[in-house]
Design a protein around this ligand. Structure first.
Ligand code: PLP
Length: 388
């Protein structure tokens, strides 16, 4: 029998059957007409999902970290100044990555669970000379969301490129690249985009492409160099072929199916569904008496929830019991608070039924840990949000 456990972590997520069917289809040549069409269509659909009609998509085999690397390798030259808006683990990673390419990196941090204020960012930018600013839209280690619209506006006003790590956000959180002035957004296939792990996805806006074209030094990463990948993306979009590295044929076909499903739902409906499910999840967690890592609702993501363990309950107590009740959740990731919280991913095709199953399994687990609460309080709170 199929392993029926529901996978509700911040990636990989549950995938649509039609996406898995494309994964399992016989692998064709990368120059087969069907594949050329699927790749070309996926490139076109990326612009619609990222809401960036004049952007240049890149679809490259690798994980989300390669997507971060594509931006860093192609936009940073030695000596460039970069500002990292740091809301957790993935901000640290971005700073380390940019430094590898010779950037002079400044981190702007907030206490764990919070985010730097727009005023603090403005002061940092005014201090000057930043070529690029990175923003983690949702830091998966804290569940904190940043105000990308406000931050992108500040970056633009101070002449810095705004690069958004949207690995836990694109196709889940509201993100409007062009309207908000975001210069590059990136994600990975296995999160809200809904395709198995293995694809790095980037859309670079016109200012990012101009900065790449104006480079004085060669890109220090051979595999990531856009000079190698741009002709490939342009060729497939024109429904012809060019070769640099063998594309991940089945993954690209599956991505195209998933992007089609996303666009059929419509971006605004998709954003609204994520908001509703998130609201229900957070209401349930509160009703059960658990705290959360984000310091307020205003800074909490809608693609995931990061509840704190109640006093006397550990990860080893709770998560195996939740799993026995049919739902797989993730432990903590931020090194400083790793043992204090757990993570629920609710992105992609997540439904109201999925969320009720999650809350029910958490209640079952908490009861087995002898944590005192009103049975059904979490499920009731979630149902109330869905009914409203
Ligand atoms: C998951 C994640 C990454 C890294 O993606 P991988 O596919 O694991 O390399 C980067 N940034 C954020 C915000 C993430 O959630």
């Amino acid at each position: 029998m199929k392993d029926r456990r529901l996978l509700m972590i911040p990636g990989p997520i549950e995938f649509e059957p039609a996406v898995m069917q494309a994964m399992g289809a016989p692998t064709t040549s990368h120059i087969a007409p069907n594949f050329i069409e699927a790749f070309g269509q996926a490139i076109e659909r990326m612009r619609e999902v990222f809401l960036c009609p004049d952007g240049q998509p890149f679809i490259v085999a690798g994980s989300g970290t390669l997507a971060m690397d594509l931006a860093g390798a192609n936009l940073i030259e030695p000596g460039d100044k970069a500002l990292v808006i740091n809301t957790g683990y993935f901000g640290d990673r971005y700073g380390n990555l940019l430094a590898r390419y010779g950037a002079e990196v400044t981190h702007l941090r907030a206490p764990i669970g919070d985010r730097p204020s727009l005023g603090a960012v403005e002061t940092a930018l005014a201090g000057g000379g930043f070529k690029l600013m990175t923003v983690t839209h949702v830091d998966t280690s804290t569940g904190v969301i940043t105000d990308v619209e406000g931050l992108a506006k500040l970056a633009r006003a101070h002449g810095a490129l705004c690069v958004v790590d949207g690995v836990c956000s694109v196709a889940g959180e509201t993100l409007r690249m062009t309207d908000w002035g975001v210069d590059l957004a990136l994600t990975a296939s296995q999160k809200a985009v809904g395709t198995p792990p293995g694809l790095a996805l980037v859309v670079a806006g016109p200012r990012a492409m101009d900065a790449f074209k104006a480079r004085k030094t060669p890109v220090a990463n051979y595999y990531a160099d856009w000079a190698n990948w741009l002709p490939i993306m342009e060729a497939y979009e024109a429904r012809s072929v060019s070769y640099f590295g063998t594309p991940a044929v089945n993954l690209v076909a599956a991505l195209n199916v998933s992007l089609g499903i996303i666009l059929d739902e419509g971006m605004d409906s998709r954003f609204a569904r994520h908001q509703l499910v998130s609201k229900a999840c957070k209401a349930a967690i509160k009703a059960l008496g658990l705290g959360q890592v984000p310091v307020s609702d205003a800074v909490a993501a809608t693609t995931m929830t990061a509840p704190r363990f109640p006093e006397g309950v550990t990860k080893g107590d709770l998560l195996p019991r939740v799993k026995a009740a049919g739902v797989v959740l993730a432990g903590g990731l931020h090194p400083e608070i790793k043992s204090e919280y757990f993570r629920i991913g609710h992105m992609g095709s997540v439904s109201q039924g999925d969320l009720l199953a999650v809350v029910g399994a958490i209640e079952t687990g908490l009861a087995a840990c002898d944590y005192p609460f009103d049975t059904g309080a979490g499920v009731a709170a979630a149902m109330e949000v869905f009914a409203s």
